[in-house]
Design a protein around this ligand. Structure first.
Ligand code: ADP
Length: 486
């Protein structure tokens, strides 16, 4: 590992975790992982294949037999211990995240705390997995509904939140009594392996959590073809989600999908503009623009357009681009050069169609994986940056005249994950909140992620919810018991 000293070096593991064992690549090749800030190689993980995946599933199946029979209190206690270990190792875990993912260290620490909060939440939620009794339709009959774990689960996770996207799946699965096989993103396996190491230290039994690294398509094919795997939870692109959904049809596997977004961020003429600017800064520049809930289309009502742009230009002066390990840096390298090229393509397309740069540096791909924040105005819906997620620090402002127009533009997308708007008119707040086609709406708030709330999208942004009590229910089946009587 390059240039980062961990207090607990055991957290950095170049092996997969299957059935409680740490497996090296053996006869397999390895996958190289690099630091996006420098391009340096930071380590290697096994390039496991379908057969290894089948072994992990078998281990998870074996562990399920005993894990499902544990009491909610036992599961809660061990999850609580895992949560405590995540908190104790926050600095090391954050360093691993920054090393492999690039995000500024302060944000990486924030992510570890957010990730750990999911484990705490589900440790608590495990105890509240209540069933129902329903008034019977016949004399002396009893209708009872219980919740049972779905079984062995699979999780396929992305690189942008290498810790939190795992804990919000694994925490819910384990709380429900399921076991899990996790395939982290190729770019960020070390965070996943560190989490697994701490899960083992916390006393989570062997086989309950398994982490395998390797060829995504092959691993995904085996996870979805296995009749043992009863549920897949995927976070990533809509294209891959669509493919996995089709694959899950073979065995009618339960499915949660958290896919791409195209979040509108609407500033109405009655908004508190300072607050709106603050919210946009939080929503747009978190993880250097690489989150699926980042504001992607900023709509500002005509009469406040110029004032908003002026305040935003000022606020953007606080952004500092650099290596995520350096103090004061709050914008860092994008995950790879393809990510840079997408920002450049969106920028050139917008400028080519008449948008104007008002702040920041024109992105041209000449600074490796780094892209400086840039603000443009005169953006219109047909531009590429309004059709696709930019996933980078490019802000484009669209001007609108009426509330109806803003809602129409906001909903004119196949996606529906997050939406944001700023207004102080209580009637407008309800109207707009009701009208927006999205799973989550930030009203006068640019940061909506929270373990207590149901995270998820509508339309092509996905299926199911993560976090909250609904998040655990995704890993449970309802069982209806009908007791006849005399
Ligand atoms: P991104 O574009 O953000 O990298 P992806 O959807 O490509 O998003 O990746 C998200 C996760 O899905 C990663 O863990 C990746 O390895 C995995 N993945 C990519 N393609 C496939 C596939 N065909 N089958 C299963 N998993 C896949």
């Amino acid at each position: 590992m390059s240039k980062v000293e961990l207090r607990t070096p055991e957290l950095f593991r170049e092996r997969c975790f299957v059935g409680g064992n740490w497996l090296d690549a053996g006869s397999h090749e390895t996958l190289t992982v690099d630091n996006p800030a420098t391009g340096e190689v930071i380590g290697r993980v096994p390039n496991f294949d379908g057969q290894d995946t089948a072994q992990a599933i078998a281990q998870a199946e074996q562990a399920f037999r005993t894990w499902r029979a544990t009491t909610a209190t036992e599961r809660s206690n061990v999850l609580w211990r895992w949560h405590q270990l995540l908190e104790e190792h926050v600095d090391d875990l954050a360093a691993i995240i920054t090393l492999e993912q690039g995000k500024p260290l302060a944000e990486a620490k924030g992510e570890v705390q957010y990730a750990s909060a999911f484990i705490k939440w589900f440790a608590e939620e495990a105890r509240r997995s209540y069933g129902e009794t329903i008034p019977a339709t016949k004399p002396n009959q009893h209708i009872i509904v219980t919740r049972q774990p779905v079984g062995v689960c699979a999780a396929i996770t992305p690189w942008n939140f290498p810790a939190a996207m795992i804990t919000r799946k694994a925490g819910a699965a384990l709380a429900a009594g399921c076991t899990i096989v996790i395939k982290p993103a190729e770019a960020t396996p070390f965070t996943a392996l560190a989490l697994a190491y701490l899960a083992q230290q916390a006393g989570i039994p062997s086989g309950v959590i398994n982490v395998i690294t390797g060829a995504p398509e092959e691993i995904g094919a085996v996870l979805t073809a296995s009749p043992t795997v009863r549920k897949l939870s995927f976070t990533g692109s809509t294209a891959v989600g669509r493919k996995l959904m089709a694959q899950c049809a073979q065995n009618i596997q339960k499915l949660s999908l958290e896919l791409g977004g195209n979040a509108p961020f609407i500033v109405f003429d009655d908004a508190d503009l300072d607050r709106a600017v603050q919210g946009l800064m939080a929503s747009k520049f978190r993880n250097t623009g690489q989150t699926c809930v980042c504001a992607n289309r900023v709509l500002v009502q005509s009469s406040v357009h110029d004032a908003f742009v002026e305040k935003l230009t000022e606020a953007m002066k606080t952004l500092t681009l650099g290596n995520g390990f350096h103090e004061d840096v709050n914008q860092s390298a994008l995950i790879n050069y393809a990510a840079v090229e997408k920002v450049v393509r969106h920028y050139n397309d917008a400028i080519g169609q008449g948008a104007q740069r008002v702040a920041g540096v024109a992105p041209d791909g000449s600074n490796g994986s780094y892209v400086a924040p840039v603000l443009i105005t005169g953006v219109t819906p047909p531009m590429q940056m309004c059709q696709e997620e930019t996933f980078g620090p490019l802000v484009g402002i669209m001007r609108f005249e009426t509330e109806e127009e803003a809602i129409r533009i906001a909903n004119d997308t196949p996606y529906g994950l997050a939406a944001y708007f700023y207004s102080r008119d209580v009637h407008r707040v309800w109207r707009v909140a009701d009208a927006l086609e999205s799973g989550m709406v930030g009203i006068n708030d640019g940061a909506l992620s929270n373990p207590a709330a149901p995270f998820g999208g509508v339309k092509a942004s996905g299926l199911g919810r993560e976090g909250s009590r609904h998040g655990m229910q995704e890993y449970q089946e309802l069982k209806y018991l009908c007791m006849g009587g005399e």
